[in-house]
Design a protein around this ligand. Structure first.
Ligand code: NAD
Ligand code: IPM
Ligand code: MN
Length: 332
């Protein structure tokens, strides 16, 4: 496998080395292609990502990505959004599942849902007019874009509990009526039981009764917000992995950002990145390795070996090192 590795900015530079230590412990045949992309590079060189970088990413089988800083400057285009669009990775898949030894806001741990977030359009269209008096962003919902994400979610649901929740705001934004109709049709065609909820009351229901949900499909910005919110259910943003999937390319990254408030201190939780690596291993059909990695993470957490966000005293690199050593011993 040819793997592009992008540390990015802030804690990306800490969590990705920890994830690579874990990957290396498996001794798989992986050619790693390190790439410098992001805000730091922009500050240094005036360019955050180029056409050549996109080509280099496309030349790899998949990408492991840390996080990038995205300033609100209208002249700065987000590296992450550029990559998602250029590689047409339309499905942002964000599994929310508690690790049994980490407490979230509920005592119950019997929930396990997946947010399937449309990743290329909606309010992230990039079609904007920025002015002194009025600034607008065009919300784009297409039948094609809605159908491919709806079909992805319906297929995922049919491989799980056959239950799909469509989350939208079509009472106010009529553009969401198209999204809703296409999702309903896709679920019906796939024989998937489905219901829909308006995003505001859905956010309340999800945080209150997460065990009521399985696969959730929604538009770009709602998926962004609901995924960070879900972090509270499982013990924090340091534990949420994600995959960006398209027809050709796949890209794995933690849900969290560059966390400038804790960057450079070696205290960021690397598990979101390491669980993203686990998604990569599963995508690459390295199922045995994914299982061992899960076992290693459970062992570390049961020993209280974790970073301060989870109440522990370990550093980012301690966690990576423990997991790597566990894996090496397990494979001996
Ligand atoms: P953030 O996710 O970086 O941080 C939010 C909070 O969560 C912070 O208090 C941070 O310390 C904590 N946190 C995040 N990751 C953690 C980890 N691994 N371990 C422990 N605590 C962790 O969100 P933000 O502060 O709103 O954004 C910071 C920058 O990151 C912004 O420039 C934003 O645009 C960018 N961002 C990038 C990505 C990405 O690259 N995928 C995602 C979100 C935000
Ligand atoms: C995420 C991030 C990105 C998004 C930003 C950094 C562009 O918040 O991956 O959740 O909004 O998609
Ligand atoms: Mn986000």
């Amino acid at each position: 496998m040819k793997l592009a590795v992008v540390e990015g900015d802030g804690v990306g530079k800490e969590v990705i080395p920890a994830a690579l230590e874990v990957l290396d412990a498996f001794g798989l045949d992986v050619e790693k292609i390190p790439m410098e992309l992001g805000y730091g590079r922009w500050e240094r060189t005036g360019s955050a990502i180029t056409e050549e970088d996109i080509d280099a990413l496309k030349d790899c089988d998949c990408v492991l990505f840390g996080a990038v800083t995205t300033p609100p400057d209208p002249n700065y285009k987000s590296v992450l959004l550029t990559i998602r669009k250029e590689l047409d990775m339309y499905a942002n898949v964000r599994p929310i599942r508690p690790l049994l030894s980490v407490k979230g806001i509920h005592d119950r741990t019997d929930f396990n849902y997946i947010i399937v977030r449309e990743n290329t359009e909606g309010l992230y269209s990039g079609i904007e007019e920025i002015g002194e008096e009025i600034s607008t962003t065009k919300r784009v919902v297409t039948k094609k874009g809605s159908k491919r994400i709806a079909d992805y979610a319906s297929k995922l649901a049919s491989n799980r509990t056959n239950k799909l929740t469509i989350v939208h705001k079509s009472n106010v934004m009529k553009s969401d009526k198209l999204f809703l109709d296409v999702c309903r049709q896709s679920a019906t065609d796939a024989g998937v039981t489905h219901s829909d909820e308006l995003v505001d009351s859905f956010a309340y229901n999800l945080i209150k009764n997460p065990w009521n949900y399985d696969v959730i499909v929604t538009t770009n910005l709602f998926g962004d917000i609901l995924s960070d919110m879900s972090g509270a259910l499982v013990g924090g943003l340091g534990l949420l992995p994600s995959a960006n999937i398209g027809e050709k390319y796949a890209f794995f990254e933690p849900v969290h950002g560059s966390a400038p408030d804790i960057a450079g201190k070696n205290i960021a939780n690397p598990l979101a990145a390491i669980l993203s690596l686990k998604m990569l291993l599963e995508w690459n059909k390295n199922m045995a390795e994914a299982t061992i990695l899960e076992e290693a993470i459970d062992t570390a957490l049961n020993l209280g070996l974790c970073t301060p966000d989870l109440g522990g005293k370990s550093t980012t690199s301690d966690v990576g090192e423990f997991l790597a050593n566990y894996i090496k011993t397990r494979l001996e």
